[in-house]
Design a protein around this ligand. Sequence first.
Ligand code: ADP
Ligand code: MG
Length: 678
Amino acid sequence: MDLTEPIASLPKTSSVTIKKLQSLEIKNYYDLINYFPSRYEDYSLISKIKAVQPGETVTLTGQISDSKYQVTRTGLRIQVFKLKDDTGEIELGFYNQPYLLRLFKKGMILSISGICERYGKKLSMKPKEYELNNTKIHTGRIIPIYPEKRGLSSKTIREKMFNVLNNVENNPAEIFPEQVISFNNLIKENIAYKQIHFPDSIESARKARERLAFDELSVIQLTNRLVKKEWEKEKVGNRFTMGINHELSLKQFVDNLPFKLTNAQKRVWEEISENLKSQKPMNRFLQGEVGSGKTVIAALACYFSYLNGYQSILMAPTEILALQHYSTIIQLFKNTKVKIGLQTGSHKTNSTSDIKKLNIIIGTHALISKKIKFGKIGLVIIDEQHRFGVAQRSELKNKGINPHLLTMTATPIPRTVALTLYGELDLSVIDEMPPGRKQVKTFFVPKEKRSSGYRWIKSQITTYHSQVFIVCPLIEESEIETMKSIKAAKAEYENLKKIFSEFNLGLLHGKIKSKEKNQTMEDFKNRKIDILVATPVVEVGVDIPNATIILIEGVERFGLAQLHQLRGRVGRSNKQSYCFLFTEKETSTIVERLKMFSKTNDGNKLAEEDLKIRGPGDIYGIKQHGYLDLKIASLSDYQMIEKTKKAVDYLEKHYSIDELPELEKRIDNHKMEEISKD
Ligand code: ADP
Ligand code: MG
């Protein structure tokens, strides 16, 4: 076995299982061993039957001596077996697994793990795990529990994992030189992979996790440093100049805005224009809370590019956002000669041959991968992108373009984390909201108050013409909308139409034709629609300043940072806005979290809070992108981040990358992963 072999060649594996593994993005054995357990069960205490104590979690091995089938008074079907070793006998009760009666035959060797109970004098066990022939994969050790997704059981994954780990010849080859390993007191990588899945002790699982987190953070940093170096080696095409004329034009542009720039916007613009004037291509990351006004900064940069005779590209993650940018940008440039075009899958304002003549081209993230003949591109802006454009950069480079690059996001990233992980990346932060904004009043609505919540919303629409977003629950953990979540959204929409029968409702989800989608957005903007029902994956950055109420269903499935982003769709004007949180699951932890969310409006704090409660591999709701998208390391582990930064500095100083071929492979691998995610 070789780690690069495709997962489809797993021996003794059904095609169904293979498909399920593939749907988890496990393409080869290497991906498989990088699918980490979320926790463990300790079944390492092995006992003889006679020595077992009630309440003890143990593993027993013996011969099956008897089997029978029982139905309890409540109708439960139980399969009962007797297990015998040389010291005694114990009864095992399985619930609702009739196939076991066929599988377990008298005389077979069976190992079981679970908690023993005593009923009167009789000792029995409800097995949690079992296996035949004492293979020691599922019992008699500390066993890994994997996140169960897409109908793939932990047991299946465990079995496949065990076989692969025991049969790969070239266990992941060591990526670091000995000095780095010993200096940081790390265990070897191939040992770490075995121990993270099948640890000898909880302590060695911890050491394994530490080693693999170290790898992950180091590889990210090295990749980003290398990409940055490559990027900077390129000749900069375009240095923008700021003569007095350009300065005046830009000033006029700002003076014509319907508002005054905030101090934060002014500062950020200074930082960006400084880059644009330099010979080095800009690679700046612009972070700012939802509604902090990033779009106008993007527009200023585009204008500067235009004044210098360059074309700019502005890309958004979805068609709707692209459309919205298009109408905003047209509005902002209405007193200028700037020619603006839109190019998405279903909207093309200009024919392909005309694109060269445009000054600003707006589209989705796919825009630059298309076979379009652009003009002289001086600037590329990527909106609502949580990662750092590794893919876009290589795409552009392949096309021989080396423009200035601005990436924008509302995802809060602790500054130290961003700077360490993403190398000498330039970071600008708009840390101030436009004046007059009121905090969104946030309420957690318990089940019994749901209908009065609806009543209150109705009265707001009637009295103030308020506009409302209703966000449907997240049905499946997926970035893309599945048919299931769309069905749920449709059902919810029908239901809400009955509740709000006197108002106009619109529905928005991913599978609606974009023409219809645009119409709905247009109608919402023009107040023809009172309530817009939407799935949570659509349109994070939608800007409808008149919308003042947002109701979010199934809030327990979101991370706080995500809820915060959703909440940011309202509160975009000086009107008081409201956010209602609905959940079907009112456990005390959830309620507590939501109460804390109601009181906090600081995205950074909420992101930190998410990090604290998020167990490894445990994900709330939509898979988070970018910086949160770590497999095993934790970004709240500042110590580890600092440690890996030092190691990376050391490596850079003492080695060239071709002296470390295994590390280089890993970096290439990581780059490919980033690209495929984008
Ligand atoms: P985001 O940073 O989330 O992309 P937008 O750029 O969409 O935010 O801006 C949100 C809203 O705030 C827009 O309606 C925009 O016109 C408005 N806005 C931006 N800057 C200011 C400002 N300095 N003063 C007042 N309103 C502003
Ligand atoms: Mg935006």
